[in-house]
Design a protein around this ligand. Structure first.
Ligand code: HEC
Ligand code: HEC
Length: 395
């Protein structure tokens, strides 16, 4: 019965969502809607993707045994499906007496699940001797397809790991092996820039957040649940994400399509004050990391071919003194990838761990590589500071 209610709810939400046009009256894309100009086939893929992104999974579908949410949309829904939210996930690690950081197992996993399928009794437990605990806030997915289409070379060209230009900023690209292609790429998705492609991130999330194994991540991960116990906890054979017999698409293909074709948040109102704020933003060095625009490479799809992407990020890893003590892929425990600032006006909480409530809180936490910019910010005249904040609130 409960299942039917859930299905009805999904169908109802989807019906409402699917009737929204791609553009508002001003010609701007609508929040949570597709990129304007999709071809009919692409629009169909976006819709299938949205359906799967909303679908509430159950134990019969392979959910769990340990998981953090029952649907992607459960955590990515503010201010529209595909956005962020206030559910923070938990990560843990060991800090050795030498200061070295070690993950929970041989392969360096750090995720601790918050939930488990109740009847299976396979809840992960935090080991007694864990001494690093971290939280992570969801990242909105608006415009993710454009971010994916930015060439690796563009990000590499922004690197300055040894601060040769002496501006105090020493960002570096996260080199990762893309789980989707096996190719070494520049990571750009996630707070640690741990994935290079949306297919890989979606597959990772399906396994790690929901416990649904798939062709890219075929093995269950539930920290604290041993192999033998796992057979009882999770009787469903892996991989659990099977291609749909009608469309031959896997769930992970559908997530990819939804995220790829999801439009960016349209820019808010621009006026004299926000323009003055944008000038201040550049003048005090915020733009050294929050690079205003990157451009997508040559692409056979016109939607992604040589398009400007006003994301306000260099997609590089930096140490601004907020590091969470977790090592992940190529990111050090002190490093975090510069978050994009487009859509900032809809984003709360801020920083990787959701520990900043306001934009001002977030700025005041910048140190180390961002020390000079933060000091310049602190010295701004009140009207310059207000203009800067007005600009940030217009993104
Ligand atoms: C329990 C909450 C939760 C669920 C469920 C969830 N996510 Fe996320 N999502 C997060 C968090 C937290 C992050 C940031 C994680 C990190 O960087 O380590 C994130 C980040 C992402 C990113 C990176 C975006 C970027 O621009 O860097 C993608 C892509 C993503 N999620 C896709 C998905 C998909 C697809 C699903 C469903 C299969 C999903 N998520 C389910 C919480 C969730
Ligand atoms: C050295 C690179 C660097 C510089 C310079 C820099 N930032 Fe950041 N910024 C970051 C990183 C990295 C984070 C994420 C830190 C975290 O989550 O722990 C961040 C986070 C933020 C956030 C929160 C965004 C979110 O989604 O959580 C805001 C707002 C922000 N920066 C604004 C600014 C402003 C304004 C300036 C100029 C005064 C500035 N930044 C200068 C790297 C930088």
């Amino acid at each position: 019965m409960r299942r039917w209610v859930a299905i009805a709810l999904v169908v109802w939400t989807a019906t409402i969502l699917l009737h929204i046009p791609a553009r508002g009256q001003s010609g701007q894309p609508i929040l949570g809607g597709p990129l304007p100009g999709l071809r009919p086939q692409e629009f169909a893929e976006f819709r299938m993707g949205l359906d799967d992104f909303l679908e509430v999974e159950t134990a019969e579908d392979g959910l769990g045994p340990a998981y953090n949410g029952t649907s992607c949309a459960g955590c990515h829904n503010v201010p529209a499906i595909g956005g962020g939210g206030v559910i923070l996930e938990v990560r843990a690690a060991y800090r050795e007496s030498t200061g070295a950081i070690r993950g929970l197992n041989d392969v360096g996993d750090t995720l601790i699940h918050m939930l488990s399928v109740p009847t299976h009794g396979c809840q992960a437990q935090l080991p007694d001797d864990v001494n690093v605990l971290a939280r992570r806030a969801p990242i909105p997915l608006f415009g993710a397809g454009l971010v994916e289409a930015i060439p690796d070379e563009t990000v590499l060209a922004l690197e300055d790991p040894f601060d040769l230009n002496g501006d105090g900023v020493s960002g570096r690209a996260a080199l990762v092996v893309d789980a989707a292609s096996g190719v070494r790429r520049v990571g750009r998705f996630g707070w640690k820039a741990q994935h290079a492609t949306l297919l890989a991130f979606g597959a990772d999330a399906y396994r790690n957040e929901m416990g649904i194994t798939n062709e890219l991540f075929p093995q269950e991960y539930a920290f604290g649940v041993g192999e033998e116990r796992m057979r009882v906890c999770d009787p469903t054979p892996d991989p659990e994400d099977k291609p749909d017999p009608a469309t031959r698409r896997r769930g992970i293909d559908n997530f990819e399509s939804f995220m790829r074709f999801l439009a960016p948040v349209p820019r808010g109102r621009v006026d004299d004050r926000t323009q003055e704020g944008e000038r201040v933003f550049a003048a005090i060095g915020c733009g050294s990391c929050h690079v205003p625009v990157l451009t997508t490479g040559p692409n056979t799809n016109p939607l992604f071919n040589g398009r400007p992407v006003p994301l306000f990020s260099d997609l590089l890893l930096h140490d601004i003194g907020t590091g969470d003590g977790i090592r992940q892929e190529s990111a050090e425990p002190t490093e975090v990838r510069t978050p994009a600032l487009w859509g900032l006006r809809f984003r709360r909480p801020l920083l990787h761990d959701g520990s900043a409530v306001t934009i001002l809180d977030a700025i005041e936490r910048h140190r180390n590589e961002a020390e000079l910019a933060e000091r310049a910010f602190a010295r701004l005249a009140p009207e310059e500071r207000d203009a800067l904040l007005a600009f940030l609130r217009s993104l």
